[in-house]
Design a protein around this ligand. Sequence first.
Ligand code: BGP
Length: 472
Amino acid sequence: MTAFPKQFLWGAASAAYQVEGAHDADGKGPSIWDVYAHLPGTTHEGTNGDLAADHYHRFKEDVALMAEQGLTSYRFSIAWTRLLPQGRGAVNPAGVAFYHALIDELLRHGIKPMITLYHWDLPQALQDLGGWESRETVDAFADYAELCYREFGAKAELWATFNETVVFIGMGYITGAHPPGVRDPARALQACHHVFLAHARAVQRFRELKCEGRVRADAVIGFVNVLQPHAPASDRPEDIAARELADGCFTHWFYDPVLRGEYPAALLHWAQEALGAPLFAPGDAELLKANICDFIGVNYYKRELVAANPDVDNTRINTSGEKGSGREFGFRGLFKFVRNPSGEYTDWDWEIYPKGLTEGILQLKARYGNLPVYITENGLGAKDPIIDGEVVDDARIDYLARHLKAAAEAIAAGADVRGYYPWSFTDLLSWLNGYQKQYGFVYIDRDHHLARQRKKSFFWYQEVIRSHGSLI
Ligand code: BGP
C-alpha cells in the first residue's frame, strides 16, 4: 500500500547557478553570484559556478538520466541574466532558446517542469542600481516574470517566484555571507519587503496572463520557503520565549506575507519601532493582500533547538564539512540555536530530524489552512564514499527514506502534500561549501570531464518511484 496520492509527483531539484555553468556563454550577463564568487575569501576554497555541472551544454544527457530514473517532475530555476543580460531591456534570444529546449526535452520524457523564477542570481546590473533595496528591481522582476510566462506559460504548469527569501536576504543583508555582503538589519527588512512586493506583482501578472490564455489554465504559482521548525532547548520560560521569537523571525515573517497577505502584526510593529523598517508605500499593503499564492514549496533539511541568548554573537556557519567545527549561531539578546546533545548530525552540523518534516508541515496547516504543499527540497549534504568505483551513498538513502516516511505521516494526518523533490538531481555547487558537499543522485566526476555516474541512491529512488512510494 502506498501512502502517496495518485497524482503525487516524484521529482528532484536544482538551481541555475549551481548546475548550469556556461556563466558567460551565448550572451548571458553577469549575476551577483558570478561576481561575488570571484572575490577573494567569499566561498570555500574559491569555488564558483563558472563551470558547475555544465548542465547548460549537457542537459539532454541529464534529462535522459531523469527519465531513466523515472522522475515525473524536475524543479529548476531560470537564470534571469540568460534571458535579460542587464536585468531588463534587451532580451537574449539564445537564453530563451535554452529554456525552451530544456522544457521541451523534459516534456518529451513526460517530466513536468517546476520553474523557479529566482534562485538568488540577481543581475549584477540591477545590483548596481541598488538591487533589492530599490523599487526599480521590483518593476524589473515583474517584467522578467512576464517574459517567462509569455515564453513558457503554455508549457509549464508549476511555477514558483522566489526560493528561500530568509536565506538570500538573511545572508545577503544580515550575516553578510552572500552577495551583496551587507550587515544591516534595517536594510535587510526593506530589501525583503521589496521581494514580497515583487512576488505579489509576479503573481498578479501570472493571473492576468492566465485570463488572457497566455498561461495554461491549469497552471499554479507558489513561493518556496525554508521549513525550519523550532523547538525550545528546555522548558525554561526564557527558552520558550526565545523559540517564539525565532519562529516569528524565521518562519512567520516569510510565510505570512505570501499566504495571508500581511506581516505578523506584533513583529512588524516591533521592527518598525526598533529599526524603522520596513517602510510601506501607498498601495503596498493592498498589493500583498490581493495576491496570495496558490501553493507553498517547503525546503526541509533540519530543525533548530532555540535558547535564550545573553552571550552568543555569531552568524558564521560550518562550511568545512568537519563535524563539530560549527559554533553556536545566535543574535545576542534575542535567541541562539544550540546543539541537541542526543541529536544526530551531518558533517556540516545540521541536525537530522525527520520528524520535523511532519511537524513542520502540520504547523503550517494549523496556521495557514490546508493549502497544497510541495516538498521542494530535502537532502543530505555529504562527502560520498566511493568503493571500487561505485558511489555508495547509503547515508543519503537512509536520510531520504526516513524523510519520505515523515512526509507520508503528514499526508496521513491530512496535509495536502503533492510532490517530493530531493535536493539534488546531480551533484552541484554548494554556495559556500564548494563541490565537496554532495547532494545528488548522480555523481559528477570533476577529474574526468564531468562524467555522470549513477550513485546507489539513484537506483534506490528509481525503485521508490516505480512502487509509487510503497517501498519506503
Ligand atoms: C537551500 C538552497 C539550495 C541548496 C541547499 C543546500 O538553502 O535553496 O540552493 O544549496 O539549500 O544548501 P547547502 O548547499 O548550503 O548545503
